[in-house]
Structures are given as C-alpha cells and as structure tokens.
Design a protein around this ligand. Structure first.
Ligand code: AMP
Ligand code: MG
Length: 334
C-alpha cells in the first residue's frame, strides 16, 4: 500500500472521507498528538486499528467528533450534570470525557466496557477533518503500540509507511502530550489519565476533581493505563538531578567508545553538562509538554539518550512526568 501524506485541503478531505466511509484508516493532526482515525461504527475499521497498531485488544479507543456534533446520539448526558460545565469550560480542547455509552459504536471499540470516551479536539486540522467526515471517528495515537506518540506527519509516516493509505499533514502538534481522560460517570469527576487539563483546572470550574491512583481498580476503569508507552527505540539512562558528574562520566565514556550519545535536559540541567550535545526540553511545564515527544523522536536517532529526573513543581508537570517516566523507567510496571 502507498501511504500518501497530504496537506489539508478540499481534495485531501474528500479523499479522507471516502477512505473513512470505506472502513479504511486516515491519520490526522490534533492539538495533542496525531490520531489514527477509523469509522467508530465499523467493526471492521476498528479491528484494523488494533491490528495496524499492535494495540492490546483490551485497551479501548477514544471517539473524536467535531464541535457541533450531537454527542447525545452516542452517550447518556444528564442535563444538570457537572459534566456540562466542564464541557463548556474546556471543549473543544485536550480533554476526553468518559460517559455511559448508548452502545451505538462498534463493540470492540469499548472492549466490553459500558462507557465511551469522547473527545472534541480543538486544532483546526482536526475540526476540518471531523466536520467534513461528519461521523464519530475512533482514534488512538497514530504510533505503533508502545512507541513514542507522533507529533508530526513524519513521525506517523515512520511508523505506518505502507500500512495506511493517508496521513493528513497539519504541521507539528503544539500541545505535545495526550488529552486528559476524565471519568464523568460518578458523583465527582475522576482523572483516569493525566494530561494538559489538570485536576486543579477542573476544580476551579466544578469544585471537585481527583486523580485516580494508577492501581488495579483504575486499570480496570481505564485499561490503557497499565500498558508501557512512549519508549524510544534506543538505550536510555536516567540520573538524579544531583548526579550530573556521574551522567557526564557516562556520556564521555560512551563517546570514547565511539557511541552516538545525547543528553535530554531541561534548561536547569543543561547548564551542568558543559558543552556536551543535548536536546532542550525547555524551562516551563507548557514548553516541556510541547517538546517531549518531538525530542524523544529526535533522541532515538542516537544510540543512547542520557537524561535527568524532572522537577515536578506543578500539576501539569505531573502529567509530563507521567509520560517521561514511561519512556525512561523501563523496569517499572507500566
Ligand atoms: P490512546 O488512544 O492510546 O491515546 O489511549 C486512550 C486512553 O483512553 C487509554 O488510556 C484508554 O484506557 C482510555 N479510554 C478509552 N476509552 C475508555 C473508557 N470507556 N473508559 C475509560 N478509559 C478509556
Ligand atoms: Mg497512545
């Protein structure tokens, strides 16, 4: 199969619509990462998403719709619910909400759960695609399962060249990390996956919001959280922030052995490694969220990435650190 990469225009949107309607896959940009889109009502299309990604069959997919789509056709929404206030405050945006499902999407999409995760992305490219197709689109991140999530069309191409017919190219995603997944089926909203919208931000709107612990119970509620993700395809080493001398020793030793090695550092740590080569994560939480995946993609072109633990000094840094840890702490249960 030839994989076409097209800028988003009338012609590529029409092509995307035809492909989606014929149960094929189309990658498209959002404000967080690129999604691998499939018609949510087609069991055949959903099956091929799992196959192409190598995604475990018990990890449900998120359904994406445009901002004017009537989601009450897909899920139960109660009128006076706090979920409405949250939706009004943050959507369209990097927030996925989990509702009770009406069961109209393909059964394998929800992996047997009676809930459905819905996202209304904000980026212009995503809105254009979703509006043009005007169908609910199931879309996990457009990467091979466990690899780093894609933030450019080129990243998608690297993982899926020859495996999908079309990638809509909307440039680089600026959010960087995936949407927050929020369970709105209970008495108070519960964050199942940390992301750009934090508990603090939701509390400001509805008074309450908690993070679910990443324990057995939460794994059942949000099956995807138990899987390892975001790993660069190269060796990695991580040091404490007070171990710059040890990290430098390792870098110099690997260099002397002829290895291609690079540091991945926030601004503070980059000042402690002399003139050695590094990828700059930035200094603020927003910068680091936006840069992380792109830099992991750049870093895996080397043989070894050396990095330092992050300073978690804001709620957004909790989300960034969640992805960062899954990329660098290889032996933990992820
Ligand atoms: P991905 O598509 O790879 O960005 O991952 C989707 C995330 O949403 C995973 O962590 C899933 O477990 C979670 N998810 C999708 N559908 C549901 C649902 N119905 N209930 C809870 N979590 C969900
Ligand atoms: Mg993913």
């Amino acid at each position: 199969m030839i994989t076409k990469v097209s800028k988003i225009d009338l012609q590529s949107l029409q092509e995307a619509k035809n492909l989606i309607e014929s149960e094929q896959l189309v990658a498209f940009p959002t404000e967080t990462v690129y999604g691998l889109g499939a018609l949510a009502t087609s069991e055949r299309a959903i099956k091929s998403v799992y196959e192409v990604k190598g995604r475990p069959s018990d990890n449900p997919l998120i359904v994406h719709v445009h901002k004017d789509y009537d989601i009450s056709t897909l899920v139960y929404i109660s009128e006076n619910d706090y979920s409405q206030k949250i939706a009004n405050a943050f959507l369209p945006g990097p927030l996925t909400m989990v509702y009770k499902s009406k069961g109209v999407v393909a059964p394998s999409l929800s992996c047997g759960l009676d809930t459905l995760a819905i996202r209304i992305p904000k980026s212009e490219g995503a809105q254009k695609f979703l509006k043009f197709v005007n169908q609910p689109i199931a879309a996990p991140s457009a990467n091979i399962s466990k690899h780093i999530s894609p933030v450019t069309a080129e990243h998608v191409y690297q993982d899926f060249n020859g495996k999908i017919p079309l990638i809509l190219d909307g440039g680089k995603c600026d959010g960087g990390i995936e949407s927050t997944v929020l369970d709105v089926t209970g008495d108070i909203p519960v964050i199942l996956r940390k992301g750009l919208i934090t508990a603090e931000m939701i509390r400001e709107v509805v008074g309450a919001c908690v993070y679910a612990g990443e324990n057995a119970q939460t794994s059942l509620k949000s099956p995807g959280m138990k899987y390892k993700h975001y790993s660069p395809n190269c060796e990695t080493a991580i040091f404490e922030r007070n171990e710059s001398e040890e990290a430098i020793r390792l870098y110099d030793q690997l260099k002397a052995e002829g290895k291609r090695v690079i540091f991945l550092c926030d601004d503070e740590m980059s000042k402690k490694i002399g003139k050695r080569k590094f990828l700059a994560l930035g200094s603020t939480d927003i910068e680091m969220a936006s840069n992380l995946y792109d830099l992991l993609h750049q870093g895996e072109k080397y043989e070894v990435i050396i990095t330092f633990k992050l300073l978690v000094d804001s709620e957004l840094m909790l989300s960034v650190n969640n992805r960062f840890s899954k990329a660098f702490f290889k032996d933990e249960n992820k």
